[in-house]
Design a protein around this ligand. Sequence first.
Ligand SMILES: Cc1ncc(COP(=O)(O)O)c(C=O)c1O
Length: 460
Amino acid sequence: MQPEEFRKYGHEVVDWIADYLAHSERYAVLPQVTPGALVDALPARAPEAGERMEAILADFREKILPATTHWNHPGFHAFFSTTATPPGILAEMLIAALNVNGMIWKSSPAATELEQVTLDWLRDWIGLPPQFGIIYDTASVSTMHAIAAAREAKDPEVRAKGGSGDLVLYTSEHAHSSVEKGAIAIGVGQQNVHKIPVDADFRMRTDALAAAVESDLARGLRPFCVVPTAGTTSTSSIDPVPAVCDIAERHGLWVHLDGAYGGTAAVVPEYRWVLDGADRTDSLVINPHKWLGTPIDLSVLYTRRPEILRRAFSLIPEYLRTAEDPRALNFMDYGVQLGRRFRSLKLWFVMRYYGHQGIAAYIREHIRLASDLASWIEADSRFELCAPVPLSLVCFRQKGSDAENQGLLQKINATGKAFLSHTVLNGRFVLRFAIGNFATGRADVERAWKIIQDSHFSLT
Ligand SMILES: Cc1ncc(COP(=O)(O)O)c(C=O)c1O
């Protein structure tokens, strides 16, 4: 592609993105397509001869878009809402243009050093004491690395000899599945992931944690790690981290805090409490790609014990050996992956463009909107709240059967104007309404609430 052709289509694509971001509500947030429809609509084999950009862009508009779920839509309230902000999108373009591989300092000093700078800035925003930070793709991968470090701290021999048979990890029954997956990935058996029950507000019960650790010790098992959550996936409950740390300190457990979603709320000064106790944990994951305006993917792991993480993963092939310099960090030493994208550039763009106050204003508003929605639900006798609303997630159901609530969810999502997801709480089907997209304002939440009321579903 010649520079002039690139310029022409570059302008066209940027124009399209600008219109899309201005009016993403014109699309159905959840596409009404059947599984396999896109596969059937596209050729089974790639073209032998190159095609023209017009044809590629036309297919993007006519075939790809109709099968896309619009995460950047103001009516996206499923899972945890995310935002690809314009400055983040611009940075993604530059990241792709530079295409550096930040595996070692020398392979791109800028990628390595900007990662250090932005992660220090973010750490400061969320009120953590100085510590090492590293970017991975997702919270699942950040957590897997934390669990590997926890095992290294407990027993470095396992790395050489294998067999983590008697090592036990604790997390709540409401923890994200990535905790269990991370344990499985490093060879800790599923049977050694002990799920601690929660209290009436879905927070890890520390009396049950203490009892489980003591009983496992009595059985000759070796507790090594506990993973509390600040902002659980089902309800956004916040585990009592200081009390978890007390138990962990008594028994020499690594504490890894999953703040993938909720940790971001600590950017708002009056919500710093969400990370109470985080200064005592060994590691913490937070996902700027969830609630911090950064396009997916970008997850951050902080740890006070980087030397343990490095010990767990540093294995340097000869061709990558470089002169030691205390200021030349080689991020490849702190994880499984060798090649690394220049992800910090997008976080840097976003943090600079909005500033601390700008980001905090969005998060504060999302929390306020969630609290208002919760009050509207409580005021309508046909509906009920199903969990406390500490952050920007509202769990509710219509009074009635699970089948009726499933019908309600389908009816809402079929409008194309709002997309909600579900969970099961205390054995009952519950709808989840997450607020987290920077384009979502009061009018959008009011409109979605009206859709919910109008969709009230009856089997009779
Ligand atoms: C609390 C929590 N932890 C971890 C994850 C996994 O995040 P990721 O998709 O970045 O792996 C999620 C996903 O929503 C989550 O809600």
